[in-house]
Design a protein around this ligand. Structure first.
Ligand code: SF4
Length: 107
């Protein structure tokens, strides 16, 4: 059995001037990587965009941001969602959505 480990942002790859394996291996160019302080991120095709603009234009968010651990991974919600975006600041509401979805599956 393997052991779950936390993402370390592939420092060995970065020192070699390469992108992390998850970025370069993503066939949909969906993963961007970069330095938050430089406000620039790049995907596997070499497309570089302003990080802050990417988050603003796409509603970027961090999981459990309210815990104050300053996570460095951001997520962009899908477009044309089938279900409403969960209210991340009210975990109870999010749970309600999940319960509703499960209820629909049992019908
Ligand atoms: S491949 Fe991606 S997810 Fe895995 S450690 Fe490297 S940066 Fe993190």
């Amino acid at each position: 059995m393997g052991t779950v480990e936390k993402c370390d942002f592939c420092p060995d790859m970065i020192r070699q001037g390469k992108m992390p394996a998850c970025v370069s291996g993503c066939p949909m160019d969906a993963i961007y990587f970069g330095d938050q302080n430089e406000d620039a991120v790049t995907n596997a095709s070499g497309v570089t965009v302003r990080f802050s603009q990417l988050l603003e234009d796409n509603g970027g968010y961090r999981h459990l941001e309210e815990l104050g651990t300053e996570p460095r991974v951001y997520y962009l919600p899908p477009k044309n969602r089938k279900y409403p975006v969960p209210d991340m600041k009210s975990p109870g509401k999010e749970k309600k959505h999940i319960e509703m979805d499960m209820g629909n599956m049992q019908m």
